[in-house]
Design a protein around this ligand. Structure first.
Ligand code: THG
Length: 266
C-alpha cells in the first residue's frame, strides 16, 4: 500500500499556528518524521484563509522540499493557489482533489491535464455525497468521462469513495467497500484511495475502528491511503494485511518492518 502522509494540514490547530508564525522547524520536522515513517507522498494543506492560501502553500512547498525527496500531494480546492504552488514543485505533484462538482472540474482538471499530475477524485458532485453505491458509481463514471476527455490516463487517477460517519449510518462502511470493489472491476487501471478520519467520528476507541476499516478497505481493493504514517498500530495492521492479501512478495516488507522494530508493542 502507498501512504500519503496527512499531518501537514492547516486545519489542524498546531499546523495552523505554525503557518501563521512561519515556524519552519515545526513543519520540517513533520515532513521528516512522516517520510521516516514510510510516507510515499506528503499531503500539503495550507488551511482555509482564501486570501492567504497561495502564499502559505508556496511557503509550505518550499520548506518541505528542502528536507525530503518524496513528491507532494497539493491539497486545495483553490485553482489559483494550485497554479501558484505548482510553479515551485520539483517533482510532478498529486492534486487533492477534483470531484463531480462543476467548479472543481472547470477550475482544477485543466491544471491536472496541463502538468501531467496524478489526481484524487472525490466521489461527490454538486448535490453532495450520493447515498447509494449505484449513485456513487454514476458520479465516478461522469468524472472519468471528463478526465478521459481531458487526456488524463486512468492510471493517474486515485478514486476516493469517501467514507461517512458510522455513528450516524451503520451502512457507511459497507457502502464504501462495495463502491471500492466496483471501481476495482470497472476501472482496473485506476487507483483507490481513502482517508480515515470520518469513519469513527463520535465513537470511542477511534484508532481501533480506523485501523480495522483500513484492513477491510485493503481487502476491497484500496491501494493508497491518506493516514498518519507515524501511527505504529495502524502501520502494523496495514503490513499484516498486505502480507495476507498477497501484496508482499517473499514477505519482504513484513520481515523488514519486523527487523526495524515496527511490528511489536514498544
Ligand atoms: N480524502 C481526501 N483528502 C482528505 C481527506 C480524505 N484530506 C483531509 C483529511 N481527509 C485527511 N487528513 C487529515 C489530516 C489530519 C488529521 C486527520 C485527517 C488529524 N486529525 C486529528 C485527529 O483525528 O485526532 C485531529 C485534528 C488536530 O490535530 O487538530 O490529525 O478523506 N482526498
Amino acid at each position: 500500500m502507498e501512504i500519503i502522509g496527512e499531518k501537514i494540514n492547516g486545519t489542524r490547530t498546531q499546523v495552523k499556528q505554525a503557518i501563521a508564525e512561519r515556524n519552519a522547524e515545526f513543519i520540517q520536522n513533520l515532513a521528516r518524521k512522516q517520510v521516516e515513517g514510510g510516507a510515499h507522498w506528503l499531503d500539503i494543506n495550507a488551511g482555509t484563509v482564501p486570501e492567504r492560501e497561495p502564499d502559505d502553500l508556496v511557503w509550505l512547498v518550499n520548506l518541505v522540499q528542502d528536507v525530503v525527496e518524496v513528491p507532494l500531494c497539493l491539497d486545495s480546492a483553490n485553482p489559483n493557489a494550485l497554479r501558484v504552488a505548482i510553479k515551485h514543485v520539483r517533482k510532478t505533484p498529486m492534486i487533492n482533489s477534483i470531484s463531480g462538482e462543476t467548479n472543481r472540474l472547470n477550475g482544477i482538471l485543466p491544471i491536472v491535464a496541463e502538468f501531467g499530475c496524478e489526481v484524487i477524485v472525490l466521489c461527490m458532485d454538486d448535490k453532495g455525497v450520493p447515498a447509494s453505491v449505484d449513485a456513487r458509481l454514476d458520479v465516478i463514471h461522469q468524472v472519468f468521462m471528463e478526465t478521459r476527455r481531458a487526456g488524463v490516463p486512468d492510471e493517474r487517477i486515485y478514486v476516493d469513495p469517501l467514507v461517512l460517519t458510522i455513528a450516524t449510518n451503520t451502512e457507511a462502511g459497507r457502502i464504501t467497500f462495495d463502491t471500492m470493489r466496483a471501481i476495482r472491476t470497472q476501472f482496473p487501471q485506476a487507483h483507490i484511495s481513502c482517508g480515515l478520519s470520518n469513519v469513527s467520528f463520535g465513537l470511542p476507541v477511534r484508532a481501533l475502528i480506523n485501523r480495522t476499516f483500513l484492513v477491510l478497505a485493503l481487502n476491497a481493493g484500496m491501494d493508497t491511503a491518506i493516514i498518519d504514517p507515524n501511527d505504529r498500530e495502524l502501520q502494523a495492521a496495514m503490513r499484516a494485511a498486505d502480507l495476507l492479501l498477497g501484496r508482499d512478495k517473499h514477505c519482504l516488507n513484513y520481515t523488514r518492518a519486523y527487523r526495524a522494530g515496527l511490528l511489536e508493542k514498544k
